[in-house]
Design a protein around this ligand. Structure first.
Ligand code: 5GP
Ligand code: ZN
Length: 394
């Protein structure tokens, strides 16, 4: 075993369906962890430096806490596949990231932050066209939302408890001439980190928004829903900090999401979610994407995971469009069909004409991921793309 590797047996047998979820969470367990590999009977961690016996024990105990709290009593999720064209033949097998970087079609600013050039931007524009047509088919008008979201908003929808690990905080210098002068004279960056006295910064009032649809629900809060039902669409920057899991365009700290959002009675939301899926199915057929639509859960943090994931699964609240990534023989979520029941209606007091809380749902697409998955299947040369895409995106 290498000196900077730590390996041990999990305190609780890890069922197959939890391997990925637990591995993803280990990114947040200790700052020394550089990578983690989780197998049913063994956990292998690569660390920044060789640990002392005390540090080894400390890290192992934290990992075991995650394993125990996520694996003990975990219920296998109800796996339902609604569409399956995963085996559709596609011509490309390489990781498009290598070619994209080489051609300067993407450049990395920092982990999870990428600039995308003309090829991907046009492809994203093409997919946006498909999503906007879908929004039009529901007569869903456009909205624009801020990139920041007030801390109090996220608190009100339980976000701190459900997803604390992925939050990104926004702050500014305190309104104090001495503080600002000191910052102007002395602030500097070292190893990509800003160096300044921590008390220069004001308390956090806002965060970078992790989702688009929340903004709409807050705009509708504490009043009756006009007309009793609403469809809307918006695109926005979303932020989810993913620590060492931030790799390539597959997982970004800052990504762009297009959503079509439905608010109203239960049947209205569920029927529209299903209609949206049927319409997207036809569009994805034209695009030639190899994918599957299957039940899924959100990446809740450790303490909340077991209960919330089981709840989402039992009530079939989330389905993901998972595109095939031939180069790594796996899949990537490029979009999701979500139903929140009356969670936002109750939490934010959005009422229907009969006085009951509104139900909500959204259809969400990750733009960078959609384009990335397409390139992973068809490559960077438009000549190899399906006609429909080449004619509209190249
Ligand atoms: P959801 O609300 O289902 O978590 O996210 C909706 C969609 O946003 C996902 O299906 C995915 O396409 C995209 N998305 C979520 N997290 C990330 C991320 O870390 N990076 C990228 N590139 N896209 C993401
Ligand atoms: Zn949403």
């Amino acid at each position: 075993m290498e000196a900077d590797t730590l390996s041990f047996v999990p305190a609780h047998a890890i069922p197959e369906f939890l391997l990925g979820e637990i591995q993803a969470k280990l990114a947040y367990v200790d700052e020394w962890i550089v990578s983690a590999q989780v197998q049913p009977g063994q956990i292998i961690l690569r660390l920044r430096q060789a640990p002392t016996p005390e540090r080894s024990l400390e890290i192992e105990q934290k990992v075991q806490r995650v394993v125990t709290s996520m694996a003990r009593g975990a219920i296998r999720p109800r796996a339902e596949v609604l569409e399956d064209v995963l085996d559709r033949p596609v011509p490309y097998r390489s990781d498009p990231m290598d070619a994209l970087l080489e051609r300067h079609e993407v450049s990395q600013e920092a982990p999870g932050l990428f600039t995308v050039g003309p090829l991907l931007s046009r492809l994203i524009g093409f997919f946006e066209g498909i999503f906007l047509d879908l929004a039009d088919s529901f007569e869903a008008p456009p909205y624009r939302f801020p990139t920041l979201i007030p801390a109090s908003y996220l608190e009100r929808v339980n976000y701190f408890r459900a997803f604390p690990h992925s939050l990104t905080f926004a702050t500014h210098l305190r309104e104090d001439l001495d503080v600002i002068d000191h910052f102007a004279q002395h602030a500097h960056c070292k190893h990509g980190e800003l160096s300044a006295p921590p008390d220069s910064f004001a308390r956090v009032q806002a965060l970078l928004s992790p989702a688009v649809c929340y903004h709409l629900y807050f705009a509708l809060a504490d009043r009756p829903l006009p007309g009793g039902r609403l469809a809307a669409t918006a695109v926005g920057n979303c932020f989810r900090y993913e620590a060492i899991n931030l790799v390539s365009l597959e997982r970004l700290w800052n990504f762009t999401m297009r959503e079509i959002i439905f608010v109203g009675p239960k049947e209205y939301v569920l029927e529209n979610r299903e209609t949206a899926r049927q319409r997207m199915r036809r569009a994805l057929e034209q695009v030639g994407l190899a994918y599957r639509v299957e039940s899924a859960n959100d990446p809740f943090f450790i303490g909340e995971f077991r209960k919330q994931a089981a709840f989402q699964s039992a009530f079939q609240l989330k389905f993901e469009i998972r595109a095939r990534l031939p180069f790594k023989d796996s899949t990537l979520a490029v979009g999701s069909y979500n139903y929140h029941q009356d969670f936002f209606g109750r939490s934010l007091n959005i009422t229907l004409p009969d006085g009951s809380p509104a139900h909500t749902g959204c259809v969400a697409f990750g733009l960078e991921r959609m384009a990335f998955a397409f390139l992973a299947q068809y490559g960077l040369d438009p000549e190899a793309w399906p006609d429909f895409v080449r004619q509209n995106a190249a």
